[in-house]
Design a protein around this ligand. Sequence first.
Ligand code: TPP
Ligand code: MG
Length: 347
Amino acid sequence: MASKTKKTVVDVKEQFKAVADQFELVQILNEKGEVVNPDLMPDLTDEQLVELMTRMVWTRVLDQRSISLNRQGRLGFYAPTAGQEASQLASHYALTKADYVLPGYRDVPQMIWHGLPLTKAFLFSRGHFVGNQFADDLNVLSPQIIIGAQIVQAAGVALGLKKRKKDAVVITYTGDGGSSQGDFYEGMNFAGAYKAPAIFVVQNNMFAISTPREKQSAAATLAQKAVAAGIPGVQVDGMDPLAVYAVTKFARDRAVAGDGPTLIETMTYRYGPHTLSGDDPTRYRTKELDGEWELKDPIVRFRTFLEAKGLWNEEKENAVIEQAKEEIKTSIKEADATPKQKSIRSS
Ligand SMILES: Cc1ncc(C[n+]2csc(CCOP(=O)(O)OP(=O)(O)O)c2C)c(N)n1
Ligand SMILES: [Mg+2]
């Protein structure tokens, strides 16, 4: 006699639950700036903590000034970064100069902190070819405009580093939208198969221009896309600099040990428009959602944490802001003084 309870081929509910359990959000510092996961606390000195905060504050100023300069007609292409400082700069902070950065168009801050002169970043924004001429010892590629293309390139650069036995890794950044591209799967799969030392960061700011994350994929997390490539995937609070650093450091350590790539999904938000070329976020995002994410601000929570340790105060922050403004002023003057690019005409 046949049994009454027929077994299904796959227990879908169970499978989804098992996946969800594996991809819990990693957080160390909560929204109030309190340490909620002391066991994962990264090994950073007081000086390093202050340095990371300095970079984040400096970059927020750069974002504000870049928006003004664009509106004055003094900059060209610009993709705002405010809100994504922890995702961008705390991940980058886990690297060394020997590592390679393959950025997307929104990742100019990581390029600057890897050593790209700010003047060059401004020239890139203006479409000047000098903005894409990098020093030989600067391990950075130009910001990728083709969504997802940098993932395949990162796999190749990483394999090159492995073959040359370099003690270095590649980090590449894309967005939630980028994780839907064919190149994304191809690059990750290749790097996984060859155990290439790559770190794939998906900055999930919940929108690909105006398309919401839910329409990008039926997957519950983007981190779980790692599974099919046979590599680890981690979803991290992208507004928490300590968690982003800890997760990226873990990925870098694995990669240099020869254990292969890692996929990191940072849960983050861009406060501004997609780019300054006509996008209006009020048409696809609510004030409530913006407000919810502003409460998670990475600079605010890191400031609270550092102030409680006696490592930061208003005076220090103002000094960083003033210094950033000065450096930006000098660099934009240098960009202005760069001879204009001559157009190449075919007669
Ligand atoms: C192959 C390709 N398709 C489409 C575009 C147009 N495009 C530019 S940005 C963008 C959205 C990308 O969103 P996401 O990956 O989430 O990155 P974010 O801008 O949010 O940082 C699209 C579709 C492109 N640049 N390249
Ligand atoms: Mg996005």
